[in-house]
Design a protein around this ligand. Structure first.
Ligand SMILES: Nc1ncnc2c1ncn2[C@@H]1O[C@H](COP(=O)(O)OP(=O)(O)OP(=O)(O)O)[C@@H](O)[C@H]1O
Ligand SMILES: [Mg+2]
Length: 599
C-alpha cells in the first residue's frame, strides 16, 4: 500500500483551479464579475488570440488597497462574505474567494489597482500560482487584471481547448452576459485590436436596455421581441414574438439576481409558454431577468456558479411560464397582430391556429386544378425547379403521365398530399414536400460527394444577415468550406455577413438563408475535428430544412414524376426523418369500413 502524503501546494492549486477555470471564457467571466462587484461604471475588455495570449479587464471601480493586493491572490480570501449565513443576503457575484487564486495558478497574471484617495497604487505579478514580483502602479482609480499565457503550466488542459473561433465565441458570450446583466455599466469589448461592441451605460427599464438587448441578440432576432414583466420584485423579459423564432437555441439568456445561469427549469418554462406556437427547429430568443430573495435560491452548487437551485421550483416555473404565456396570448389576438403589422407571413410564417378535423374549412382560395394533363413537355414551373432534378425527372416521364403500370394518380389533397391508387398495394399517400426535400437532399449530397462545387445562384442584391458576434465568429470559421459547398459569404465585421451566392439547387430567400446561418452557427463544431461526411450531411440536412418550399400546387405530370423518382430514392424518409409516403392496403381500407374482405 503506498504511503499517504500531503500534496504539494502547487499541485493543490492546479487541481483546484481546474474546477473554476475550464477555458478562457471562464477567466473572463470571473474577471467581469469582480469588476461588476467593484461598483464600476465602465468595463473595458481586451482579448488577444482567443484569450490564449491575453485577457485583460479594466474597471473604474473601488479598487483594491495596496496592502490587500497580495491577499486577493490567496485561496478563500474574499471581501464579499464573512460567514456562511451571509449567503442568505448575498448581493455580489463573488463569494468563494478563489477566482483570482485559480486564475493565478494556471497563467501569468498581473493585477494593478488603486483606491481613489490612497497614497499609493500597487501592482503584483503572479506566475503559475507564485508571487513573482510587486511594484508601484500609476494612480488610476480602479483595477486592471491582465491574464497571459493561460494554461502554460497545464499542457493537458491547453490541449483540450477548442479552435480559436470556438473559444472566441465563448468569450463573446461571457461579455454579452455581463452586458445584459449590468445595463448600468458601460461595456466595451475589443478582440485582437478590433472593437466588437461598445455599449454605453443605460438606465434600467429604459429604451437603452432594449438597444443593449438588440446588440446581444442581433438585429434580426431583436426585430420581433415582446416584453413582459411580473410584479415589482419578480421578473422582466424580452422574448421572440411567435412566428419569428430564430433557428438557433443560442440566443437564450437567463439571469437570476443579475447572475447569468443555465437552468433546465427556466428553459422548460419558456418552451412550455410557446407550446403550440413553436415550430420544430425554432427556438425563442430571450433575455429573462428574475429577481428573487437571495434565500430563495442557491448558486453554491458548482464552483463556476452557473447552476442554480430554487427553493420553490414550481413557483419559479409558473412565474416564467405564465408571464411569457400571457404576453404571447395578448400578442396573438388579431387586433394586436394587426397593430404590430405581423399578419404578413414572416420568416417562419405565422403559426396557423390548429383546426379540428371536423371543423368546416373556409372556401378554397382557388378552384382545384383540373386533372387534365398538359401537353407541354416543359412544366410551367421548370424555371423554379432545380435544374438537375427537373432533367432527371424529364428522362423518366416518357409515358402517358397520370397512369402507368397499374398505377393511377388521383389528385392532390390539402395542397400537400398526393394520392395514388396502386394495383395490389392500395392507396398510396405521398407527402409532396417531404418527397421533394428527399430528392433535393440526395442531389445536393451527390454534388458535394463528387467533389466539384455545386452550381451557385449568384444574388444580384446580396442578402444581409446580421448575427450576434459569437455566431458570426463561428460561421467565419467555416467560411472556406461553406464556399466550396455553394454558399458565398462575405464577413463585413461586427456580426454582419453578406450572402452573395447560394446553391442553386435550393430555393433560399433572405429569411431562410439567415435562418440557415443561425442554425449552422449553433450546430457546427470545430471544422478540424469533424469528418468530411459529417460536414456534408449536416449542411445538406440543414440546407434542405431551411430551403423555402417553392410551390404548393403540382400538376398531375409533376406529381407522377415525383412519385416515380421517390421510389428510386434509397431512403424513404425526408432528410429530417419524417416519412415520405404512407400506404393504406386494400385490407386496411376494408377494415376501416367494416367490410369482410378487400374490394
Ligand atoms: N476588479 C476588482 N475590483 C475591486 N476588488 C477586487 C477586484 N477583483 C478582485 N477584487 C478583490 O479581491 C477579492 C478576491 O477576488 P476573487 O475573485 O478571487 O474572489 P471573490 O470575488 O471574493 O469570490 P469568487 O471566487 O466567488 O469570485 C475580492 O473579494 C475583492 O475584494
Ligand atoms: Mg470573484
Amino acid at each position: 500500500m503506498p504511503t499517504i502524503k500531503q500534496l504539494p501546494p502547487e499541485v493543490v492549486s492546479k487541481i483546484a483551479a481546474g474546477e473554476v477555470i475550464e477555458r478562457p471564457a471562464s477567466v473572463l467571466k470571473e474577471l467581469l464579475e469582480n469588476a461588476a462587484d467593484s461598483g464600476a461604471s465602465r468595463i473595458i475588455i481586451d482579448i488577444e488570440r482567443a484569450g490564449r495570449q491575453l485577457i485583460r479587464v479594466s474597471d473604474d471601480g473601488c479598487g483594491i488597497s495596496a496592502q490587500d493586493l497580495e491577499l486577493a491572490l490567496a485561496r478563500h480570501a474574499t471581501s464579499k462574505i464573512s460567514s456562511f449565513e451571509d449567503l442568505d443576503s448575498l448581493s455580489t457575484f463573488g463569494f468563494r474567494g478563489e477566482a483570482l487564486y485559480s486564475i493565478g495558478a494556471v497563467s501569468r497574471m498581473a493585477i494593478s489597482s488603486y483606491q481613489a484617495g490612497a497614497a499609493v497604487a500597487a501592482q503584483v505579478f503572479c506566475e503559475g500560482g507564485a508571487l513573482a514580483r510587486r511594484s508601484e502602479a500609476p494612480p488610476v482609480p480602479g483595477t486592471t487584471v491582465e491574464v497571459r499565457d493561460l494554461f502554460f503550466n497545464v499542457p493537458a488542459r491547453a490541449k483540450f481547448l477548442k479552435s480559436d473561433n470556438t473559444e472566441r465565441s465563448h468569450l463573446f458570450r461571457a461579455a454579452e452576459e455581463c452586458a445584459l446583466a449590468n445595463p448600468h455599466i458601460a461595456v466595451q469589448l475589443r478582440c485582437d485590436g478590433a472593437e466588437i461592441f461598445s455599449l454605453p451605460a443605460v438606465r434600467e427599464g429604459s429604451q437603452g436596455l432594449l438597444s443593449r438587448v438588440k446588440t446581444v441578440l442581433g438585429a434580426d432576432a431583436a426585430r420581433n421581441l415582446l416584453f413582459a414583466e411580473a410584479a415589482p420584485l419578480g421578473m422582466s423579459a424580452y422574448f421572440s414574438r411567435p412566428g419569428a423564432l430564430p433557428a438557433s437555441r443560442d440566443l437564450q439568456f437567463f439571469f437570476v439576481n443579475r447572475r447569468p445561469v443555465s437552468s433546465r427549469l427556466l428553459q422548460q418554462a419558456l418552451y412550455r409558454a410557446y407550446n403550440e406556437y413553436r415550430q420544430q427547429g425554432r427556438h425563442p430568443a430571450c433575455a429573462v431577468w428574475l429577481q428573487l430573495k437571495p434565500s430563495d435560491f442557491d448558486v453554491n452548487i458548482h464552483p463556476q456558479k452557473k447552476d442554480v437551485r430554487f427553493a420553490n421550483e414550481s413557483a419559479v416555473f409558473n412565474l416564467v411560464r405564465q408571464t411569457v404565456e400571457s404576453a404571447i396570448a395578448a400578442a396573438m389576438t388579431p387586433a394586436a397582430q394587426a397593430a404590430a403589422g405581423t399578419d404578413a407571413p414572416s420568416a417562419s410564417g405565422p403559426v396557423p391556429a390548429a383546426r379540428g378535423i371536423f371543423e368546416q374549412a373556409g372556401p378554397p382560395e382557388q378552384p382545384a386544378a383540373p386533372l387534365a394533363v398538359s401537353d407541354n413537355p416543359v412544366p410551367p414551373f421548370a424555371s423554379e425547379l432545380p435544374r438537375q432534378v427537373y432533367e432527371h425527372a424529364r428522362m423518366q416521364s416518357q409515358e402517358q403521365p397520370g397512369q402507368w403500370d397499374g398505377c393511377r394518380y388521383l389528385g392532390q389533397a390539402l395542397n400537400t398530399y398526393l394520392l395514388f391508387e396502386v394495383q395490389d398495394a392500395g392507396l398510396v399517400v405521398l407527402d409532396q414536400h417531404a418527397a421533394q426535400e428527399r430528392l433535393f437532399f440526395d442531389s445536393y449530397l451527390e454534388q458535394l460527394r463528387t467533389g466539384g462545387k455545386p452550381p451557385v445562384q449568384k444574388l444580384l442584391l446580396p442578402y444581409a444577415v446580421e448575427l450576434p458576434a459569437s455566431m458570426a465568429a463561428r460561421i467565419e470559421q467555416w467560411r472556406g468550406w461553406l464556399d466550396s459547398a455553394g454558399f458565398e459569404l462575405e464577413n463585413l465585421g461586427s456580426g454582419h455577413i453578406a450572402v452573395h451566392g447560394v446553391p442553386s439547387l435550393f430555393n433560399f430567400d433572405e429569411d431562410s438563408a439567415r435562418s440557415l446561418l443561425e442554425s449552422l452557427a449553433s450546430v457546427l463544431g470545430d471544422p478540424d475535428k469533424c469528418s468530411e461526411d459529417v460536414r456534408r450531411n449536416t449542411l445538406a440536412t440543414m440546407a434542405c430544412k431551411k430551403a423555402v418550399k417553392s410551390r404548393e400546387k403540382l400538376s398531375p405530370t409533376e406529381a407522377v414524376r415525383l412519385f416515380r423518382d421517390i421510389q428510386k430514392a434509397p431512403v424513404k424518409t425526408c432528410p429530417h426523418g419524417r416519412p415520405v409516403m404512407a400506404v393504406i392496403s386494400p385490407q386496411e381500407m376494408a377494415r376501416l369500413f367494416s367490410r369482410s374482405k378487400a374490394a
